[in-house]
Design a protein. Structure first.
Length: 179
């Protein structure tokens, strides 16, 4: 897998530049994962990056979770979300909410953050728009410790999709003939 070879041999800065967007607003994950090279496969790379996150203390994990945007929230409305989040939220139609849906989403975001201390994090690729609303309501009632664990589990799904997409892009670019 030549895309992993290029990552395994990249400088720390180049590695972080390529993999930084995999974890939302958290390029430090890629910087730290660089130390764990070489990676034999995408599973090993993803596991190493997740381990970097999970090895953090509770305060750093809270900061990490708070680096994520609210669903259809302020960042989406102001156009300041990452390219990856824009695309992901668009797959579930969160960029096309009705005024009523947007008002409900805003209230759910506010309530969830108020209760748990971090934004609602869900792998939107696993849900329909209606499913996201249902999951939001269900998870809002849970205890915060369980929600922290669920948020990290969802981040595992999200980042695996992002990593796979990045590795696919690298493979296609490396497969092109050199002019």
């Amino acid at each position: 897998m030549t895309e992993l070879t290029s990552l395994n041999t990249a400088s720390r800065d180049a590695f972080a530049a390529m993999l930084g967007p995999v974890f939302e607003n958290s390029p430090w994950v890629a910087h730290a994962a660089w130390e764990r090279r070489p990676f034999n496969n995408a599973d090993g790379l993803h596991a190493a990056m997740m381990a970097v996150v999970l090895e953090q203390d509770q305060a750093d994990i809270a900061d990490f979770l708070n680096a994520h945007p609210d669903l259809a929230g302020r960042e989406a409305q102001q156009g300041t979300m990452t390219v990856e989040s824009v695309a992901e939220q668009g797959t579930a139609g969160l960029d096309r909410l009705s005024a009523t849906e947007l008002a409900e989403m805003t209230e759910l975001n506010r309530s969830y953050r108020g209760r748990h201390g971090f934004p609602f994090i869900v792998c939107v690729r696993h849900y329909t728009k209606l499913g996201i609303f249902a999951e939001f309501r269900h998870r809002l009632a849970r205890n915060s410790a369980d929600e922290r664990g669920e948020a990290l589990r969802q981040i595992g799904f999200i980042t695996r999709y992002r990593l796979n997409a990045l590795l696919d892009r690298l493979a296609r670019r490396e497969a092109l003939p050199v002019a």
